[in-house]
Ligand binder design. Structure first.
Ligand SMILES: Cc1cc2nc3c(=O)[nH]c(=O)nc-3n(C[C@H](O)[C@H](O)[C@H](O)COP(=O)(O)OP(=O)(O)OC[C@H]3O[C@@H](n4cnc5c(N)ncnc54)[C@H](O)[C@@H]3O)c2cc1C
Length: 419
């Protein structure tokens, strides 16, 4: 394992880049380095498996390079935004993706905005090192788009809370150590006022995690049944009843993550980029077809716009400004563009697309993976908030249109009818 890098807070970008170059030389395996310098991410994929990357990751995780602008005490390097940008540029050819995206993009923003320093010191360093992985226990069978109507209860019991209810669609719950959790602590006030935000350990009695299968055949999300699970009060974030405000710090970061503008290693959920579609069109002799060329060029332009928008959003985040309602614009655009791109990649396969087999267990990299990407991308306009709901957010909070009517908005949660 490597030590945290030492970069003076007053160091210039050039000095920092020199230190990072030495670190890369010393710590990144030679075969990955050579592949990265020769052919970028595509060449690296040919020499590095996901398992090998996860095994090596503690070296990256403890270097401070995962989150250079964060304070050193939380796992970063305490450097300025300009220096961090230069560092990212130096690391870019080696495709060192950030693991633990839900820890970095959901838990961390909530702790920065509303946590205590003790909570940040306890939870942020293991998130950065990927030693404690995180998932998000928000959605319920009766509360998705209308998340504030959630029904999972948290009842105070001395220095602890007892949690009972059901969550659903919980990505990676089966592989995580901790979850951010929203639970109702007061039923006598309106729905947004009675919610509290907790950090919950998953490996305990009273937590039952059951896998659900995607259309692709893989099971990477779950339903989670909570029956008297315990959370110490020191793991409550924000005041009792103020969880909706804390959740909003998490939800806009989540939209940025799903759109590819987050700080975690999520750029595209489902499928490969437009360069892959261009390659495929050439290899299959389809790049001469005028209608297809038009689809490719339109997607190429939209992908560039997506990339620039994400860069702007990331730069904003790095200055410390929390993501606002504009994160909904990126979320809507990236989901819809990716779906069109993955459909195009599948179209390019023609009848070969039928050779695809579903399911992680029989996944064979020699079979066309474009179909897998196309099927996975169907969820892009649902996960992290649906496109319809994000359009409502843009309408209300960016364009200033009247709010959607909600006759139950101020009624006590206990009086609101539920199915
Ligand atoms: C792959 C994937 C991973 C996920 N991972 C997680 C996770 O880790 N943790 C977690 O908590 N949740 C997760 N979710 C859940 C996700 O946040 C919800 O699916 C999403 O918020 C929609 O909620 P719902 O499924 O209950 O749909 P509903 O809210 O029932 O919506 C059904 C339809 O009605 C539309 N609709 C609803 N309300 C309105 C409105 N006011 N105006 C216009 N249209 C509306 C919706 O757009 C949608 O088309 C995941 C979902 C997916 C698909």
């Amino acid at each position: 394992m490597s030590e945290t890098l030492k970069i003076d807070a007053a160091a210039s970008a050039d000095d920092a880049v020199g230190t990072v170059r030495e670190w890369v030389h010393e710590h990144v395996p030679a075969a990955w380095r050579e592949a990265g310098e020769r052919g970028g991410a595509t060449a690296i994929r040919a020499v590095r498996t996901r398992e090998e990357y996860a095994e090596w990751y503690p070296v990256f995780g403890s270097s401070g390079l995962v989150v250079p602008t964060w304070p050193a005490a939380y796992g970063g390097l305490d450097v300025s935004l300009d220096v961090a940008r230069a560092i990212d540029g130096e690391l870019a050819p080696y495709n060192l993706g950030r693991l633990n995206p839900l820890g970095l993009n959901l838990c961390a923003p909530a702790l920065f905005a509303h946590g205590t320093d003790d909570q940040r010191l306890r939870f942020l360093p293991p998130i950065v090192r990927n030693e404690e992985r995180w998932c998000q226990l928000f959605s319920e069978p009766g509360a998705g788009s209308d998340l504030a109507s959630l029904a999972t209860r948290a009842e105070r019991d001395g220095d602890e809370w007892s949690i009972t209810g059901q969550k659903v669609w919980t990505t990676w719950a089966h592989q995580s150590e901790y979850a951010v959790l929203l639970a109702r602590t007061d039923t006598s006030v309106s729905k947004r006022k009675g919610i509290t935000y907790f950090l919950m350990k998953l490996d305990q009695p009273g937590v039952d995690i059951r896998p659900l299968r995607h259309i692709t055949g893989e099971a990477d999300f779950n339903e989670v049944f909570l029956d008297g699970a315990r959370v110490p009060d020191i793991q409550r974030v924000g005041e009792v009843g103020d969880g909706w405000r804390v959740a909003n710090a998490t939800l806009s970061s989540e939209r940025q993550m799903v759109a590819g503008a987050g700080s975690g290693g999520v750029d595209r959920i489902g499928g490969l980029g437009v360069d892959h579609a261009l390659d495929l069109a050439v290899k299959r002799g389809r790049s001469v077809e005028p209608v297809l060329r038009q689809r490719l060029v339109a997607l190429y332009s939209e992908e560039r716009i997506r990339g620039w928008t994400n860069e702007r959003a990331r730069a904003d985040r790095a200055t410390g400004r929390p993501p606002g309602p504009e994160s909904s614009v990126g979320k809507i655009h990236s989901g819809e563009v990716n779906q069109r791109l993955q459909v195009l990649a599948t179209d390019l396969l023609g009848a070969d697309a039928l050779a695809w087999e579903s399911g992680a267990d029989n996944y064979d990299a020699s079979l066309p993976h474009e179909v897998h990407g196309m099927l996975r991308s169907r969820a892009n306009t649902i996960e992290g908030g649906t496109s319809e709901v994000n359009r409502n957010i843009v309408g209300e909070r960016v364009l200033g249109l009247p709010r959607e009517p909600d006759p139950w908005k101020d009624a006590p949660w206990g009086d609101v009818p539920r199915s």
